[in-house]
Design a protein around this ligand. Structure first.
Ligand SMILES: O=C(O)CCC(=O)C(=O)O
Ligand SMILES: [Fe+2]
Length: 280
């Protein structure tokens, strides 16, 4: 399966984006409006943060809307549905009221504003070109359905491998994102793969500064599966680069939870069902 690279400066960008998202659930945006220099600086600054001690002052808390905000250490981390071992990662969740570490706040806030605007633009394209596939509750309203309080910027750190990892543990086990759409700046290190319909895993293409976009389960549900939510994973580095850490910064865009995704589900009921599955 080949994920297309879509140059946002091209006149065909809109159609090319919709085509690759329908076909693969993924797109790679080149020349996106997200500030590439800022994203590179955030990678360096957040790497320093994860290697430092200040993170322990920011341990995660639950927000009133049920999101988590703050630092989640490796021993808490996440276990993907259907897997037994935790992913090899630590991360920091940023929602609108998150108290950010000094020195990291300004870039993170600016990035969030730009990422939200890009999300609105892309969902607007889907409104125009996939409107007929969307459930009545969302048709023509996708771009307006974004809820910043339910969306989440996750800064992930996959530490260097030490050799002491549990057997079978991987940086991020195969999973699908639950939300509407995810914006993921191309990471500092390789490893992200998508699962094709042929059952083969392939690397997601991209250069530094590009932004990977993928549709999540909520968009799949709302589009009668015309926009697929594709399994993806982050594989462990090969021996030569196992001493390198990897930073990535997905922004998970979610809608208002009372929006009707399909006849069966509101976004809220869908989320609860998925979280129950995760908790099992
Ligand atoms: O780190 C990555 O490149 C992907 C992370 C991811 O898929 C996730 O956190 O849902
Ligand atoms: Fe993901």
């Amino acid at each position: 399966m080949t994920v297309a690279v879509v140059d946002m400066r091209s006149a065909e960008a809109e159609m090319a984006f919709v085509e690759t998202l329908k076909r693969t659930g993924f797109a790679v945006l080149r020349n996106s409006p997200l500030d590439a220099q800022r994203m590179a600086r955030m990678v360096d600054d957040w790497r320093d943060f994860f290697f430092g001690e200040e993170k322990w002052k920011h341990l995660a808390e639950e927000t009133p809307s049920g999101n988590t905000s703050g630092y989640i250490p490796p021993d808490v981390s996440e276990t993907a549905v259907g897997h037994d071992v935790k992913d090899l990662k630590e991360f920091f969740h940023i929602v609108p009221d998150t108290i950010l570490p000094a020195g990291l706040a300004s870039d993170a806030e600016s990035h969030l504003i730009e990422a939200q605007a890009l999300g609105r633009l892309l969902l607007g394209w889907l409104d125009i070109h996939c409107g007929s596939a969307l459930s009545a509750g969302l048709r023509g309203e996708l771009a307006e359905s974004i809820s910043p309080a339910d969306s989440l910027l996750r800064v992930l750190h996959y530490p260097p491998l030490t050799g002491d990892e549990p057997p079978d543990a991987v940086r991020a086990a195969a999973h699908e994102d639950i939300n509407l759409i995810t914006l993921l700046p191309v990471s500092s290190e390789p490893g992200l793969q998508v699962l094709g319909r042929d059952g083969k895993w392939t690397d997601v293409p991209g250069l530094p500064g590009d932004v990977i976009v993928n549709s999540g389960d909520m968009l799949q549900e709302a589009s009668g599966r015309q926009l697929p939510s594709t399994s993806h994973r982050v594989i462990n580095p090969s021996d030569e680069s196992s001493n390198l850490s990897r930073i990535s910064m997905p922004y998970f865009i979610a809608p208002d939870l009372d929006i009707q995704l399909s006849e069966k589900h509101t976004a809220g009921s869908y989320l609860r069902e998925r979280l129950d599955l995760l908790a099992r």
